[in-house]
Design a protein around this ligand. Sequence first.
Ligand code: NAD
Ligand code: AHE
Ligand code: ZN
Length: 369
Amino acid sequence: MKSRAAVAFGPGKPLEIVEIDVAEPKAKEVLVKILYTSVCHTDAFTLSGDDPEGVFPAVLGHEGAGVVVSVGDEVTSVKPGDHVIPLYTPECGECEFCLSGKTNLCSAVREAQGKGLMPDGTTRFSYNGDPIYHYMGTSTFSEYTVVNEINLVNIDKEAPLDKVALFGCGVTTGLGAVENTAKVEEGAVTAVFGLGAIGLAVIQGLKKAKAKRIIAVDMNPDKWELAKKMGATDFVNPSEHDRPIQEVLIEMTNGGVDYSFECIGNVEVMKAALEACHKGWGESIIIGVAGAGKEIHTRPFQLVTGRVWRGSAFGGVKGRTELPGMVEDFMNGEIDLDSFITHHLNFTDINEAFDLLHKGESIRTILTY
Ligand code: NAD
Ligand code: AHE
Ligand code: ZN
């Protein structure tokens, strides 16, 4: 079938809205009509050419929601008409990773997914007869997309898809990093570096966990208002200090924070976030995605003396098992999604959504097909 899509033809180039061909779903695959998508910084990261797994031309996009159109053979968990959220972290429930009880990283289709391919080594997208790559197992920047059944969660039909699309990445990642990865306890002293959707969702999670202090760190003071609304108690702008920001935080907290979260993707900030942690027990969670060739560094003594570095992907959340519950929490008013939605645009204005994100003017733009 034909589908409107925003195609990334090459690194650093604006997306082009074109009509692509989308093939029928094969066995264990599903054709989904995406109704809403938003842009996460990771899409911008891959489009920039910094992603070692970035392949072009591709249909990017991994934060969206839609309706099942048709299913391939052997699909049992969804049917046409079901409302779904595509998951870049799938859940097969059968692989060594899924069965370990230790991680949400499913290995069933990860290798092909990282190459922009379906598990049979081919793509379902083409343009003028040439293949177009998939992205993160989701490709929500096409009105019709084909995904593996295990990359989909079936959700409550009553849930507003233009809001719960945010569970596809940003909000789930931030909330999960607090609850599953850091396991923050009541009364904790915390710092959050980077106040985009991820950092703000971390703040919302910290408020829920009853953290005593939530220090929000960002170079852009315009982010403070929303951070405060979400529950931040202090704001620090590194550009207003002429010494390492970790020193400022250690002084502010009488020895360092119990937990810090890096939500930017900057390896120098990752070092600062780790070193801002309290000796003996402070834990720093890396959420931000850093570009090809970048490496983290600190004196090993920082770890010898009890600080811990952890990473978090999709907030440690097992999407098919846990997202229906998070959707219900939103419906019951326990999770705020509305505050993240700063802009609405038509899908064809997707490059404007990228510009707003780059300029720091948006948190999330909901794009309507
Ligand atoms: P965003 O662009 O909306 O937010 C980033 C924020 O960081 C901005 O407010 C910006 O002003 C601030 N910032 C940039 N440089 C800074 C610095 N040196 N010091 C302080 N603040 C600085 O991005 P986002 O969509 O919230 O994504 C944030 C990061 O999280 C990205 O790296 C993204 O790729 C990553 N991410 C990771 C996961 C995961 O599962 N691990 C999931 C989603 C996003
Ligand atoms: N492709 C990159 C890594 C990208 C990355 O770290 N992705 C995060 C999700 S970002 C969502 O906005 C993630 O979940 N990673 C785990 C995984 O299996 O991809 C690279 O460096 O090659
Ligand atoms: Zn994302």
